[in-house]
Write a new protein. Sequence first.
Length: 363
Amino acid sequence: MALGVFLFFFSATIFSSYLQNLKSYQVNQWLGNLSIKGFMYALEQENHYFSEGFFKDNKRETVSSLLFSIATDIHTDDIRSLIGKEIPGMSQYYSEILVAGEGTDHTNIPNESSVPLDEIVKDRQVATDKVNEADKESPAGTPTQMPTGKNTVLIYHTHSWESFLPLIPGATKPNQASSPKVNVSLLGDRLQKRLEAQGIPVDHDKTNIGDYLSKKGWDWYKSYNASREVVEEAMAQDKNITYLIDIHRDDRRKKETTKVINGKSYARLYFIVGMENKQYEQNIEITKAINSYLEEKYYGISRGIFKKYYKQGNGVYNQDLSPHAMLIEIGGVDNTLEELYNTVDVLAEALSHYYWQAEKVNN
């Protein structure tokens, strides 16, 4: 009897200590295994009407299969859960879909590609004439109202070198779509002009993160450490900054990154939410609002919203610095500047709609 009591309290102590040392993402992942199906199974034990409608549209699992998934984190409908822990680097392809865009499924989930530092800092020849031509053919527009007050939006680029093959003569491979001069900062410029045309004050940071990494002796995987320092400095200088927009470019090819809507060609975009910060639910809220607006008015322009933990990438993406922080991937390596600008323009429309709606509520 005494031995049994001792073992009980000893086990309880060990278990409590273990829980205290668990990281938030471990708890989240563990509880995440309790799928909606699991909850529906539990509810129907009290009232079978709860689950009747749900299982008309969803395949039933056996209780043993459900318990197996919870215990092992292996899901019979997703092969990645079986091999993801066995193949080095496979977890990079294990982003989770929060909101699926048109055509998005587990076979084409975006993954974070690695680029050697020497490729990042390489000074390639660029087609500045195409930039000038795109700016001339698609001007940013005339302001409807001028921004007032201090900057409330910060646009920046963690992967500032990300460029587009049509802007780099002779380049054909995705890894060659990088430039310290002509890159995603063009999209940031465009977004800044469009938002300011709607009366929203914007700061656009164009720090060369590749050069920043090189000077510190850091490799590409410390990009978010570098951009975090840049963002924190900007926020320290301007306390009014509440919206953080990190603009990237995906490395998928044109078929997946382009959408024609009403005869106009757009570069598709998507959002990444880092789940490793305490306010991720607020980050999800704003991202869903922007995505919903885009999908309602420009269906198919978004590839969706994806969530990532530490094991799939950085996991935070500086989004702990503000509840209004976003990481937006616009287009792919093959998209033209015209297609990219078309998308930035409608993104600015969605952002300004959200911004002014929020201002009305706050005031």
